[in-house]
Design a protein around this ligand. Structure first.
Ligand SMILES: Cc1cc2nc3c(=O)[nH]c(=O)nc-3n(C[C@H](O)[C@H](O)[C@H](O)COP(=O)(O)OP(=O)(O)OC[C@H]3O[C@@H](n4cnc5c(N)ncnc54)[C@H](O)[C@@H]3O)c2cc1C
Ligand code: FES
Ligand code: FES
Length: 1433
């Protein structure tokens, strides 16, 4: 590449040879295909014949669809979840070595795998040949629940280990803690994964990589398993030894491939993989043959892959520049770091890490490194290159501000003329995604020169996003100060300020730079004046893209202040003390200055740790620090398997990728694929639907619509049936199904579906909840729900109404009023909705494999739609990759649409939704809005009366909204005795997809309202909130809920007292006070929150369950029940119950699947009640079998395998070895809230309490959970480790709900920045919707189970655990609110204030009113006291 400069690059005129054999090794096996128009005779047709494959196909397509390796999962298709992680090993010609990296197979182009070895989870270990130790560690450590994320997590761990081993490094706990920024898990809450892998990493730390391919079982070298006893250490040695390029032939072929240019033609499109600039330029020449053809280049495909997917447009020519040697060079030169355009972020970070230059020169480079900590996930950084980021010119790029502030120079090259020119980064970005590449389809970025910094030059990069890890920035910045000194002090010699997220392109704050340079001195007055100049310079319009105008402005100013604080720290920490005192003193009360300051937890997160304390169960199980004892059952010894922490029954299958989900089911020959044609209007009349272009597309079989429905097109809750399978003459929300395209491949179906031309006449639409409330858009057929008790009005008559703010005097009884806004929540199950429907006997029967929590209901709905009796419709579910309520009903309309197509076309049809479609059409947790009025005793804080009007956004149809609203009302009391209440619930209709069940089923929303009310009282009284909570708790005398059910007050008190004690709450309160007094911009807060959760379906009929227990002659037992395994460990617990009841080992019991032809009419797996109900049904079945077998067991007691002998003896005597058990939950009332009825809607309650402490950054709104203590009463846990997993997972999901998870739906009325697509869900995937990641786990996470038994007769005295812990995540919300209050008080705002949920970074920051917020708000004539960032529900 040379040392740069402008001019013409000379290239050789040598002939270029292109090879067309696509070669890839997968798990050690060679695969090759000719991809050329001129294929050698007799070469196998291969990929050319796979429908839907194109030059844009991904490695995941190759693995799953061509090679049938289904262990690698599709979770999002956009690089955001890591479910598709595989290891790529590639020969690096410059370094002459093989390098391995984790990549996202969903974005990695299939053809880029040419010349690579790919290792998938199947190649790492298997149940047949033995698990890899990392797989085993995860399985044994309870690190998988639904298991859908698990193969990806295993592969990330495996890749980390391979990378470390290649570099001769040991893995540390730190590596593990920070190694999963590209993976998500929605079930576990991450703690068990981190613990399992930390233990694993410390186990292997001394193991050296061996070069042989020995099995590792013994000291001999051997190629096949030798059956030698495997010691722990040798197993670990074997793990490190797995070599992706083990065979010599593989090594030499892949080495040779790295020196070859490749050219592939696939279905008419071309792919070039040049290895140097000469070939690259020639490949362009080749494309020039057809002047009309456009070409594009890519490296990591992390931008382009997503763009192509969105556009569904096949590029005719692609040049992959990932292996162009000149673009891969990186060197330290005299003027700075010269970085080739195709250098990946990982390579750059490693180079900087190993760079030997003096530290004072490294300022810009360190800024890059720092920014990379929060840049994408590891898998993306491993493949994506600097050029892709620069040329894309995203206004929210994290790096472009750094290049600009650093004064980087971009070297550009015309591929046709080979002319080079240099452009300053500052001048390169011209507009929205527009850069100074002057010749389209010609000029490329060749390299970047990042200047060295000089003495007294300091660089400060920042990025603020919704989630700290792997998120796109809201605002990013980089500020470089160059100082000089004279006798009077320090002066600005040079200043460069750049921001992302404030304009259509990366912005340089030129006026502020000029101001600082013109003013010169580093003094408080200059900086304060600069703050105002900056604010004015960056002033945003209300319609700024993405909104959050005031927050973005405050952030930009805050980041400038942080940079100044950093500058002072940097200058004076290394300085001789010159002028330090004076300058620092002058800055003392400056808003951003915490000086001297230790590193914030947010910047340098320490290692997290955890403790789990289990109750003394029948088989005592106690563990600490992630070490829940795992008692495996073997033989008759382990009779009492209930109460033991037996590992998840599918754990090994999940960690090896062998566990099958709907998308993994082997397809019957002739299977077609479906894609929906969806409405893009929120409310409109369909004038015409033209599918001719759809039908003309390649591979399309048909388009199925409402007219094809043989039975009923209307589904939804009986008796209303208010939901349609297919829209008929109008659409009522974006995402409604208008038609279903059936085609040969998914890609063809999806592509064709976009070709539908539908003309609409728009009708008025209501998109948001408060709009619906204002317009009175209430559900006409669902009656208002109501719980009333006592005399609310007469209590209020005695009170004086205090204003929300300000002191209104303090009588003995005061009334406060307020509003609570609670956002919805996306389920984000890692496995999206999927169904496979196939006809049997020419369509007389329809069978389905569905990812559903309700196979029984799915069967019934499909039968209705097809007009078929239920006995000819079978629905099966083996397991699902997470449901959380989202798959309780929302799969019905999708599966029904598929069934209609199957009925019409008589072919099997498969449909697995893409993440964006799933999020767009399937509905979410109900957003709710409440108005309250509360009267309380000002002396004690005791609530005397509470009036709540609760509005719920049901979406367009009823679905489960009525019972969800009912449960919200049933939980409005939470754990508090409320004498006088009036709770009114109303369902609001909006033109959005129907909202639905989500863990907690409305309960959390109800409890959130009351906790906000209590917080309001506490703020008003200026009392610690936990004291007000404590005073209001149910007590022995006051233990009747407003709906008439008795509450176990002693258990609430036990949880509450225990958590206050174990969390050392009083002591920590004073420590937090001290911390807050000594920190200006970091504040801590703490909150204790109790919970009680009612167990049972409130629809009484659903509280019944059946199970079938079959004993076979070999003594094995097959249990079938109506519940679905979705990660909650239901099957594992049921196996434990059956084994315990039959007094056999757990290995003898197996559960295969849930199927409607085995157990009919099952209720959905929901309401946390499945273990209780199916457990009891199994107990019943086992009791019948035990009675029948008693005689034979007694007679065969002495036999070696007494059980098997007894079974055989019974069979010989013609005893029925199959029994059906049944259970209906006793003591339940059908409580009708439309009539304010009283009674027992629940069998019992599960109780718990949590204390969370957080630290917030008041300048950005970022937060970190410092510690969380959870105490729960789950009775005698059937499986303590599984229950703890539910608690940790539920807690973290709850934290997500009320902090970072914010749904945004486009609306012209609600968002000034919104342009088009009214009613469209804008948060459609992991890039825009942030669930908690690995680094959001509490730093110190303690979970304790109380040693109690269930107060009601339940299966082995256990209690339900799935939903109850969810709400405890709200303790983090209230701790955040507490910290915000500390920040407000420090700035003189000590009145009560409101914080809406979720407490996003925006809301946290804007609640911390300080000089900066005031400045930014007043500039827009907004009142800092009343300002509440908009939340659109
Ligand atoms: C999950 C995920 C997370 C992400 N997180 C972040 C983040 O935190 N911060 C952030 O800033 N970005 C982020 N990105 C964006 C993206 O990953 C980066 O911008 C990345 O650097 C793009 O590089 P690439 O090689 O993958 O680009 P590609 O997709 O291969 O190419 C992108 C564009 O650059 C062009 N191009 C590539 N090389 C050249 C060249 N030499 N000359 C001219 N044009 C060229 C291509 O033609 C194409 O138009 C993220 C992306 C994903 C998918
Ligand atoms: S499926 Fe690839 S990252 Fe989500
Ligand atoms: S176990 Fe991780 S998503 Fe379910």
């Amino acid at each position: 590449m040379g040392s740069g400069g402008e001019g013409t690059l000379a290239l050789s005129a040598a002939e270029i040879i292109w090879v067309s054999e696509f070669v890839v090794y997968v798990n050690g096996r060679r695969y090759a295909w000719w991809l050329s128009n001129e294929r050698p005779p007799n070469s196998p047709p291969g990929l050319q014949n796979v429908p839907g494959l194109s030059v844009h196909s991904t490695l995941l397509d190759l693995l799953r669809r061509v090679l049938g390796l289904t262990g690698t999962k599709l979770g999002c298709g956009e690089g955001g979840c890591g479910a598709c992680t595989v290891l790529i090993t590639k020969y690096k010609a410059p370094a002459q070595t093989f390098e391995s990296h984790a990549v996202n197979a969903c974005l990695y182009p299939m053809l880029a795998a040419h010349g690579c070895a790919v290792t998938t989870v199947e190649g790492v270990g298997s149940t047949r040949h033995g698990l890899h130790p990392a797989q085993r560690a995860l399985a044994e450590g309870f690190g998988s629940q639904c298991g859908f994320c698990t193969p990806g997590i295993v592969m990330s761990m495996y890749a980390m280990q391979q990378e470390a081993s290649a570099r001769g490094k040991k893995l540390s706990d730190h590596d593990v803690e920070h190694g999963f920024d590209g993976n998500l898990c929605r079930c576990t809450g991450y703690r068990p994964i981190l613990d399992a892998f930390k233990r694993y990493a410390s186990d292997i730390e001394d193991v050296q990589c061996a070069e042989t391919t020995a099995c590792g079982s013994c000291s001999n070298s051997c190629d096949s398993p030798c059956g030698h006893a495997v010691s722990r250490e040798s197993r670990l040695r074997a793990a490190v030894r797995i070599d992706p390029v083990a065979s010599e032939s593989c090594r030499s072929e892949l080495t040779a491939k790295s020196y070859e240019n490749a050219h592939f033609v696939l279905h008419g499109s071309e792919w070039y993989r040049p290895i140097d600039l000469l070939s690259m330029s020639r490949s362009l020449g080749a494309t020039d043959r057809d002047q009309s053809a456009s070409w594009t280049m890519l490296v990591g495909n992390s931008e382009l892959g997503i763009e192509f997917k969105a556009r569904h447009h096949v590029q005719s020519r692609i040049i992959c520049a990932a292996d162009v040697s000149e673009l891969l060079q990186i060197s330290a030169e005299t003027d700075g770091l010269r970085i080739g355009a195709s250098v990946t972020w990982t390579a750059l970070s490693e180079f900087i890490g190993e760079c030997k230059e003096v530290e004072s020169k490294m300022g810009n480079a360190r800024a890059i490194q720092e920014q990379l900590q929060w840049f994408a996930g590891r898998q993306i950084r491993n493949v994506s290159a600097i050029a892709g980021n620069i040329v894309t010119a995203s206004p929210i790029s994290d790096m472009n501000p750094v290049w600009i502030a650093a004064g980087a120079r971009f070297e550009l090259l015309s591929l046709r003329s080979m002319r080079r020119r240099i452009v300053l980064a500052r001048d390169f970005f011209l507009g929205y995604r527009k850069v100074d590449l002057s010749e389209p389809d010609d000029e490329i970025l060749l390299s970047v020169v990042l200047p060295w910094t000089m003495d007294h030059e300091f660089v400060f990069p920042f990025k603020v996003s919704r989630r700290k890890e792997d998120d796109i920035a809201i605002v990013s910045s980089c500020i470089r100060f160059a100082l000089q000194r004279d006798n009077s002090g320090w002066f600005f010699r040079d200043v460069s300020i750049a921001f992302g997220g404030l304009a259509a392109r990366t912005l340089s704050a030129a006026e502020t730079e000029h101001f600082l340079l013109s003013q010169g001195s580093l003094s408080r007055s200059v900086v304060e004046a600069a703050v105002k100049v900056l604010r004015d310079e960056i002033e945003l319009v209300e319609s700024v893209p993405g909104g959050m105008r005031e927050y973005r402005e405050s952030l930009a100013v805050g980041l400038f202040c942080k940079s100044i604080a950093g500058l002072l720290r940097a200058v004076f920490s290394k300085n001789d003390g010159f002028a330090a005192d004076g300058i620092l003193k002058s800055f003392q009360s400056f808003v951003a200055l915490d000086y001297p300051d230790d590193k914030s937890l947010l910047c340098s997160r320490p290692l997290s740790e955890a403790v789990q304390i289990c109750q003394a169960a029948p088989a005592q199980t106690t563990g600490t620090h992630g070490n829940v004892e795992s008692a495996t059952c073997s033989g008759v010894k382990a009779k009492a398997v209930v109460g033991n922490s037996i590992r998840h029954a599918s754990a090994e299958l999940q960690t090896t990728g062998e566990a099958e989900y709907v998308d993994d089911v082997p397809l019957i020959v002739g299977t077609q694929h479906g894609a929906f044609i969806l409405s893009d209007r929120p409310h409109a009349r369909i004038l015409n639907a033209d599918f001719s272009q759809v039908l003309a597309c390649d591979g399309v079989l048909d388009v199925v619509t409402a007219k094809d429905v043989p039975g009923f097109n209307s589904i939804g809750q009986p008796p209303f049936f208010d939901e349609l399978v297919f829209a008929i003459d109008k659409v009522t929300h974006v995402g409604q199904i208008v038609g279903l395209v059936v085609a040969q491949s998914k890609a063809q179906a999806v592509h064709a579906a976009k070709k539908a031309v539908i003309s609409y006449e728009d009708l008025p639409a209501i998109i948001h909840l408060e709009e619906a409330v204002r317009q009175g858009s209430f559900c006409s057929y669902a009656p208002e729900q109501r719980i009333e008790q006592g005399d609310v009005d007469s209590v209020f008559a005695k009170t004086e109404l205090a204003a929300d703010h300000g002191d209104c005097g303090r009588g003995p009884i005061v009334a406060l009023s307020g509003e609570v806004r609670i956002g919805g929540q996306e389920h984000f199950y890692l496995e999206t909705n999927g169904s496979y429907v196939y006809p049997i006997d020419g369509g007389r029967e329809v069978h389905m494999v569905v990812s559903t929590q309700a196979p029984g209901k799915t069967q019934a709905v499909v039968a209705r739609v097809l007009g078929m009796p239920s006995h000819r419709v079978v629905c099966k579910t083996k397991r699902i990759g997470g449901g959380f309520g989202g798959k309780e009903t929302r799969n019905f309309f999708m599966t029904s649409a598929l069934a209609v197509a199957v009925d019409k076309l008589k072919v099997p049809i498969h449909l697995f939704l893409d993440r964006d479609v799933d999020m767009q059409i399937s509905g979410q947790r109900h957003a709710m809005f409440a108005k309250y009025k509360v009267a309380f005793d000002t002396h004690s804080g005791r609530i005397l009366a509470l009036h709540v009007e609760l509005f719920s956004n049901m979406g367009i149809s009823l679905d489960l909204s009525l019972p969800v609203l009912g449960r919200a009302l049933f939980h409005l009391d939470n754990t508090y005795h409320l004498e006088n209440v009036r709770f009114i619930g109303k369902l609001c209709v909006t033109n959005t997809p129907s909202n639905t069940a989500f863990r907690g089923f409305g309960g959390p929303q109800g409890m959130m309202v009351t906790e906000q009310v209590i917080d309001h009282i506490a703020l008003y009284l200026r009392k610690p909130a936990h004291e007000v909570r404590s005073v209001n708790l149910y007590s022995e005398q006051l233990c009747k809920a407003p709906f008439g059910m008795s509450v176990a007050a002693d258990r609430i008190r036990a949880c509450w007292d225990r958590v206050l004690e174990s969390s050392e709450m009083p002591d920590r309160l004073s420590k937090i006070e001290a911390f807050n007094a000594s920190h200006r911009t970091r504040k801590r807060g703490i909150a204790a929150i109790p919970t009680k959760f009612g167990i049972s379906f409130t629809f009484r009929t659903f509280n019944q369950a059946a199970a079938l227990v079959n004993i076979y002659l070999d003594g094995s037992v097959l249990v079938s029940h109506g519940g679905v395994e979705m990660g909650q460990g239901l099957h594992t617990k049921m196996i434990q119950v059956a084994a315990t009841e039959l007094r056999i080992s757990a290995e003898k019991v197996f559960i295969s699947e849930t199927a409607t032809d085995k157990v009919p009419n099952a209720s959905p797996t929901a309401a946390s009640a499945s273990s209780d109900m199916y457990g009891m049904a199994i107990v019943d079945a086992c009791a019948q079998l035990n009675a029948r077998l008693a005689k034979y067991r007694a007679e065969n007691e002495e036999d070696g395998d007494a059980w098997k002998s007894a079974v055989l003896a019974a069979w010989n005597e013609r005893v029925n070895l199959s029994a059906q058990g049944f259970y209906r939950t006793p003591d339940l009332d059908a409580v009708d809230l439309s009539r304010n009825e009283k009674g027992n809607p629940f069998y019992y309650f599960t109780y718990g309490a949590a204390v969370s402490e957080v630290e917030i950054d008041t300048l950005t709104g970022e937060f970190c959970i410092v510690r969380a203590d959870v105490v729960m009463d789950v009775g005698q846990a059937l499986n303590p480790a599984i229950d703890i997993g539910q608690i940790e997972g539920g807690f973290v999901q709850g934290v997500g709900w009320c902090t970072m998870e914010e749904l945004v739906r486009g609306s012209e009325n609600a968002h000034a920045w919104f342009k088009s697509g009214n009613g469209t869900m804008l948060t459609q995937g992991p890039s825009t919707y942030k669930i908690p990641g690995f680094r959001d786990v509490p730093l110190d996470f303690r979970v304790e189970l109380l040693p109690l038994t269930c107060e009601k007769p339940t299966v082995h005295s256990s209690k339900a655990v799935g939903e109850p812990p969810f709400f405890l995540g709200a303790s983090a919300f209230f701790a955040i609110k507490n910290a915000c209050y500390a920040a407000r008080c420090a700035n003189g705002y000590d009145d009560a204030f409101f914080l809406d949920s979720p407490a996003s970074v925006e809301r946290i920051r804007m609640a911390c009113v300080d000089d900066i917020v005031e400045l930014c708000l007043r500039a827009h004539n907004l009142d800092p006291v009343r300002y509440r960032p908009a939340i659109v529900l």
